[in-house]
Design a binder for this molecule. Structure first.
Ligand code: SF4
Length: 345
């Protein structure tokens, strides 16, 4: 993925700033009931997010990577209370959003925004750029029209569009430009936390680096904290300070970007990394990894395997893996892994 290598290095080393907690996720679960029979009774649960805990620090980018169906987008939507958690705490600036009703959550939404994957589907084609970007400000209902207009022009310029673009409609733009409009819409409220849900997956590879560079620049300028969701480890690598790998609703590994790419410990992470043809460890240095082919597909979250949910595909599975679910635990400094290989007894 040559063009992604042109992504700028972080101007600021965000790992130096990661002292203040912005968001604490504690034992969050999101189960969807499965209905069956004539009476549509609940006959099972789809465990999209299954007991996840982690912290996001101010100014950092935490990447979350997993296959389609791993639960990463549901986790993002649950944190924003776009869907209600089944259990757990979502502490934002110390306030548990999980306990609030939708009216009570609304004031916090201003500070927590989301950029969706598909800029074609997420923008109403009947609204002009002006209307699309102004809409969140109107919903908030505090600013007079001339101030809203100024904010729209300011943010449109910041995302690299022209002021003359505000009168145009989404179909008049390319995919990359539409994603810039989506970013403007998310940032016009001056949030301090943004969930980026596969924001470049629908874009051509040649455009991806432009949008990622824009997001990095905006992060530095506006002091944003990102939760960056992707299915592709090579995309997450370029923007994240830390990375979590998700499998069937749970984190299997969580560590700094450097540790994850240089020293992946979980067999699933190792397999994902091996599918990237060339890993650039340092400028000019390349490391080739032996490709690990995973057996089978992701099992269904309605009926996950017993013990370690990865045992059906893991080349190292042993007896304990079939019987006990491994917990995420620190096995090296700042390096958390859920795997019995690191605690075999
Ligand atoms: Fe593989 Fe066992 Fe580790 Fe799961 S716990 S990843 S099955 S070795």
């Amino acid at each position: 993925m040559k063009s992604l290598n042109s992504i700028k290095k972080n101007k600021v080393d965000h790992t130096l700033h990661v002292h203040n907690k912005l968001l604490e996720i504690k034992n969050v679960k999101k189960y969807f009931p499965i209905k069956g029979g004539v009476l549509k009774r609940t006959v099972g649960q789809l465990k999209a997010v299954d007991d996840i805990s982690f912290t996001i620090f101010k100014g950092e980018t935490l990447g979350i990577v997993g296959e389609s169906g791993s639960g990463k987008s549901t986790l993002g939507r649950t944190i924003l209370r776009l869907t209600d958690p089944t259990e757990g705490k979502i502490l934002f600036h110390g306030i548990d959003l999980a306990k609030l009703n939708q009216n009570q959550v609304r004031p916090y939404r201003k500070n927590m925004q989301i950029v969706f994957q598909d800029p074609f589907a997420s923008l109403n084609s009947k609204m002009s750029v002006q209307q699309l970007v102004e809409e969140p400000l109107i919903v908030q209902g505090r600013l007079p029209k001339h101030e809203r207009k100024k904010k729209v022009y300011d943010i449109i310029e910041k995302v690299g569009l022209r002021s003359s673009d505000v009168q145009k409609y989404p179909h008049e733009f390319s995919g990359g430009q539409r994603q810039r409009i989506s970013i403007a819409r998310a940032l016009v409220m001056k949030p301090n936390f943004v969930i980026c849900d596969e924001p470049v997956s629908a874009l051509d590879v040649s455009i991806q680096s432009q949008v990622l560079n824009l997001m990095k620049d905006l992060q530095d300028e506006l002091q944003l904290t990102y939760l960056f969701i992707a299915h592709d480890l090579s995309v997450v690598k370029h923007i994240s300070d830390r990375v979590a790998v998700m499998y069937l609703g749970r984190f299997v590994e969580l560590t700094t970007k450097k540790s994850l790419y240089q020293n992946p410990l979980h067999p699933y992470t190792q397999a994902l990394l091996s599918s990237i043809p060339t890993i650039h460890i340092h400028p000019g240095q390349k490391e080739k990894r032996e490709k690990i082919i995973l057996k089978g597909d992701l099992p269904s979250p309605t009926n996950p395997p017993s013990g370690c949910a990865f045992h059906t595909r893991c080349p190292y599975a042993f007896k304990k893996c079939f019987e006990q679910r491994p917990q995420l635990q620190m096995v090296e400094k700042d390096h958390y892994v859920a795997c019995h290989l690191y605690n075999p007894k």
